[in-house]
Ligand binder design. Structure first.
Ligand SMILES: Cc1ncc(C[n+]2csc(CCOP(=O)(O)OP(=O)(O)O)c2C)c(N)n1
Length: 562
């Protein structure tokens, strides 16, 4: 209740507030907010996960946030602040509510060449929605509330609070404070704004009259928890659904109306369906370059509708026939209430055509999905994972080839499964998977990464072992970053020299052995028939597990069609 102040330290206030916001874990490299850490131990059960680098702390907080919908917290002292800022970049791109706290400067000594000190605040500007300093202990309550409020509101995203003192020592000072918490802002979404009825009816009319419509569902559907409403509307009107990579888990891959991920890291059939559509309904997607294959899928000029919680996103890249500003869940629910199910008959021929496009894709890629080749084809790993992933798994995927393989070739088979992907940063997935497991300890978490991606934060195996974060990490180990091969072929005018391979290959590495040495379970897989058994063993291990799958360095993911 506002106005009930008591004398306390900033540390006591912050610890009480984090407990009130139901934070369960935070991720950091010391030493920052030391007094707060002591109060956290005294007053709360919050796990203070001490990592091997600030960037992986930020990625863990991001994975925690995306898995739970609750803000993920990460922290660094002044010298680690920019490492932390670098780690917010993926959260920024993915609209993930991460709260970063850093130590900052003392007004008494700044500009006097204080050891380790620079002005870090500007570096947080491009990766945060709110970037602020706490200079007075009296500002703890309102600024912490504002950090949570901004992180989860509207289109979610990262925020940064810099605390005075290189380690944020302002937390040791006392004032009359009230650790008031607003539980509404403890998770996304705090509000569900609804579009006006007229715009709902206008959009529905267009969808119902269309003969070849398609829905493109993005991360906004996931953030809103609107999968059930999306699928119900698609079923009522018989409209196929493509997703962005960020929205992959908004419809199960085995649903008859699912056509897969559209865009650059995509499935060929999804791009073909979206390019045949006479009306595209974008829901909770930025319509960015990745989802639209640089605005070629669908081509600009295709009749379109857009639903988004951010008014300023509506119409950014495609001229629109109808616009809906609101939360995805309530908007889709309202559309369903008014939907004319009888109009579905108009789309019978479209359903047949869409199914034929999907069957063509399946026939074309079956030999690779089912391949018994040694070294193993990544497509076969994807098929094995589609078949054997637990029904409630959280699947976490890195970028580059990992994003392409899993985006295009892996299918979720249950609405209870979740999928989270790197928004572009190589190396994100392994720590993000650990953060996801902290947020959802009772669900299996399976991360898919290439070896180049895994190398980035391999030291965090020790963190996983120390904290018993029993996530499973599968490494597509081709001793290279072979997604780069095509680009270097082009740069060398068609075919690269033998020496050019030094630009993208690595020494061979047995990650299973490395994992074992660090106290995790390590399983080396060299034959495709061993993948399912390794996954089952890793999931049952009751300790962190690394499945090191030796794959074909010549396997290149198919490029997007437009
Ligand atoms: C931070 C960052 N740096 C560089 C890149 C560019 N990049 C994309 S994929 C890739 C190589 C991926 O290698 P790996 O994870 O081993 O997968 P593979 O291509 O071998 O299947 C690189 C360097 C990136 N996406 N992110």
């Amino acid at each position: 209740m506002l106005g009930h102040n008591r004398k306390m330290t900033g540390a006591e206030c912050l610890a009480e507030m984090l407990k009130g916001y139901e934070v369960t874990h935070l991720f950091m490299v010391p030493a920052v907010l030391r007094r707060t850490f002591a109060e956290l131990e005294r007053r709360t059960a919050i796990a203070r996960i001490h990592t091997h680098g600030e960037k992986s702390a930020a990625y863990m907080a991001d994975g925690y946030a995306r898995a739970s919908g609750k803000p993920g917290l990460c922290m660094a002292q002044v010298i680690g602040a920019l490492n932390l800022a670098a780690g917010l970049r993926d959260a920024w791109l993915a609209h993930s509510p991460v709260i970063a706290m850093t130590g900052g400067r003392e007004p008494r000594t700044k500009f006097r060449k204080v050891y380790q000190e620079i002005d870090d605040v500007p570096a947080f500007e491009p990766v945060t929605k709110f970037n602020a300093t706490i200079d007075e202990v009296s500002r703890f309550p309102d600024m912490i509330r504002q950090a949570f409020r901004v992180a989860v509101s509207g289109c979610p995203g990262p925020v940064h609070l810099q605390f005075r003192g290189n380690e944020g020592q302002v937390d040791a000072e006392e004032a009359e404070l009230e650790p008031l918490v607003e539980p509404q802002f403890a998770r996304i979404p705090p509000f569900r704004p609804e579009p006006e009825r007229a715009s709902i009816l206008a959009a529905l009319k267009l969808l119902q009259e269309a003969e070849r419509p398609v829905i493109v569902a993005g991360g906004g559907v996931r953030a809103s928890g609107a999968s059930a409403q999306l699928v119900a509307l698609a079923e009522a009107l018989q409209i196929p659904v493509a997703t962005s990579l960020n929205g992959k888990d908004t419809i199960a891959g085995n649903h008859p109306l699912s056509v897969g991920v559209v865009g650059s890291y995509s499935r060929e059939s999804a791009n073909r369906v979206v390019n045949r559509a006479d009306l595209v309904c974008f829901v909770g997607t930025e319509t960015g370059g990745m989802t639209t294959h640089f605005w070629a899928v669908p081509p600009i000029g295709t009749p379109a509708i857009q639903i988004d919680i951010e008014a300023e996103a509506i119409g950014r890249n495609y001229p629109l026939k109808a616009t809906l500003n609101g939360d995805a869940k309530v908007t889709l629910a309202r559309m369903l209430e008014h939907a004319d199910r009888g109009s579905a008959a108009r789309r019978k021929a479209w359903a047949v055509e869409v199914n034929a496009i999907w069957m063509e894709w399946r026939a074309k890629y079956s030999p690779l999905l089912d391949s018994d080749a040694v070294p193993i084809r990544p497509e076969r790993i994807c098929r094995e994972l589609s078949q054997h992933m637990p029904d409630d798994a959280v699947v976490v995927v890195d970028t580059g080839h990992a994003g392409m393989w899993m985006g295009g070739m892996f299918d979720l088979k249950s609405p209870r499964q979740s999928y989270m992907r790197s928004a572009g940063h190589l190396g994100w997935a392994f720590p993000a998977g650990l953060g996801a497991k902290c947020a959802l300890p009772d669900r299996p978490v399976v991360t898919f990464t290439g070896d180049a991606g895994f190398w980035y934060h391999v030291a965090e195996i020790e963190t996983a072992v120390r904290w018993k974060i029993n996530a499973v990490t599968l490494v597509n180990n081709n001793s290279s970053g072979n997604q780069s091969k095509r680009g270097f072929d082009r740069a060398y005018g068609g075919q690269q020299t033998e020496q050019a391979r030094e630009l993208w290959t690595y020494n061979k590495m047995d990650f299973a052995r490395l994992a074992e040495d660090m106290g995790a379970l390590g399983i080396r897989v060299e034959k495709p028939g061993e993948i399912a058994g390794a996954l089952a063993q890793a999931l049952a291990a009751n300790r962190p597990a690394v499945i090191d799958v030796v794959t074909d360095i010549d396997a290149l993911a198919p490029l997007a069609v437009s």
